[in-house]
Ligand binder design. Structure first.
Ligand SMILES: Cc1cc2nc3c(=O)[nH]c(=O)nc-3n(C[C@H](O)[C@H](O)[C@H](O)COP(=O)(O)O)c2cc1C
Length: 269
C-alpha cells in the first residue's frame, strides 16, 4: 500500500523524526511504501483569494504553473495520507496552510474517499490538540477516512527517559489506529454528523446547470444518492436523510431564487 506524507515543516528535524519512527513501526506491521513530499522543497504558489478554483474550477487557477497538481495526483494515487506539521504559533506551518488554501476547492468537491488519513503534529509545549482536530476535520471534509491524529511534545535537546517513552507510546498507538483504518473497510458507514452534512450539502447544491459544484455532484450521482459512496446505512439514517433533503431543498431553492433576483438587480444598476 502506498502512503504519501505531506511534510509541512520548513526543516528536516523533529517532525520528520517522528514521521520516520511512525514509518518504521508501520512498515514492521504491514506492507507499505512511504513517499515524502517536502513542501519546503516544492513550489506551491500562494492563494490569491480570487475564488476561481471554487467557482470556475481548479484548472483555471492563476497560480496553476506550480507543483500543486503533481501533489494532488500523488494523493489521489495513495492508499493512505499523512499530513505532518509542527505547531508554529498555535497553527500548522505557513507552508502547510498555504498548501491547504490552494486545495480549498476540495471542501466543495470532495474526492479523497476510501483513503486512510492521519495528521501528525509535533509541538514544544502547548496548542497542538486544536491543530490536530483542525486537520482531522479538514480530512473528513475532503473525503478521507480519518484516523485520530498523533500529537507529540518534542522538547528540543536532551529529553528525560519518561518523555522519550511517552513519544514512543503515542507513535505506536497512532500506528495501530492508522493501520486499522488502512486495512479496514474502505467504505465505512459515516457517523450521523457526516451523513447529515452530506444531505445538507446536496439540498443546498442545486445552483444551476452552469455551477461547477452542482455539475460535480450531479456527475458523481450524489444528488440522488444516499451517500458519497455505497455503504450499508441503517434505516434511521435513511429516514433522517429524506427529512433533511425534503426540508432543506425547499429552503435551498428559495435562497437560489432570491440570489438570482438580487444578482439581476445588481446587473441592472
Ligand atoms: C516559529 C515557531 C513557533 C512555534 N510555536 C509553538 C507553539 O505555539 N506551541 C508549541 O507548543 N510549540 C511551538 N513551537 C515549537 C515547535 O512546534 C516544536 O519545536 C516542533 O517540534 C518543531 O518541529 P520541526 O523540527 O519539524 O520544526 C514553535 C516553533 C517555531 C519555530
Amino acid at each position: 500500500m502506498k502512503i504519501v506524507v505531506v511534510m509541512g515543516s520548513p526543516r528536516k528535524l523533529e517532525t520528520l523524526k517522528v514521521v520516520q519512527r511512525f514509518e518504521e513501526k508501520l512498515v514492521a506491521q504491514c506492507e507499505v511504501t512511504f513517499n515524502y513530499i517536502f513542501l519546503k522543497d516544492v513550489c506551491i504558489k500562494p492563494c490569491l483569494g480570487c475564488f476561481i478554483c471554487l467557482e470556475k474550477g481548479e484548472e483555471f487557477c492563476p497560480q496553476r504553473d506550480d507543483d500543486r497538481v503533481k501533489i494532488f495526483d500523488l494523493l489521489m494515487n495513495a492508499d493512505g495520507v499523512i499530513f505532518a506539521s509542527p505547531n508554529y504559533s498555535l497553527q500548522v506551518t505557513a507552508l502547510m496552510k498555504n498548501f491547504l488554501d490552494r486545495m480549498a476547492y476540495v471542501f466543495h468537491r470532495p474526492c479523497f474517499f476510501h483513503k486512510a488519513f492521519i495528521p501528525i503534529i509535533t509541538q514544544g509545549v502547548y496548542g497542538g490538540e486544536e491543530i490536530m482536530k483542525y486537520l482531522e476535520t479538514l480530512g473528513s471534509f475532503w473525503g478521507f477516512n480519518v484516523t485520530k491524529g498523533v500529537l507529540v511534545t518534542t522538547p528540543p535537546g536532551v529529553r528525560l527517559p519518561a518523555e522519550e517513552t511517552k513519544i514512543q507510546r503515542k507513535i505506536t498507538e497512532g500506528v495501530h489506529r492508522f493501520q486499522k483504518t488502512l486495512t479496514g473497510n474502505p467504505s465505512p458507514k459515516p457517523n450521523i454528523k457526516k451523513f447529515i452534512i452530506f444531505n445538507l450539502v446536496c439540498a443546498f447544491k442545486p445552483y444551476g446547470p452552469k455551477d461547477r459544484d452542482y455539475n460535480y455532484f450531479k456527475d458523481k450521482g450524489w444528488l440522488e444518492a444516499s451517500y458519497y459512496y455505497e455503504t450499508k446505512l441503517p434505516l434511521i439514517y435513511r429516514i433522517i436523510g429524506t427529512f433533511v433533503r425534503t426540508k432543506f431543498s425547499k429552503e435551498g431553492a428559495k435562497r437560489q431564487m432570491l440570489l438570482s433576483r438580487l444578482r439581476k438587480q445588481d446587473l441592472e444598476r
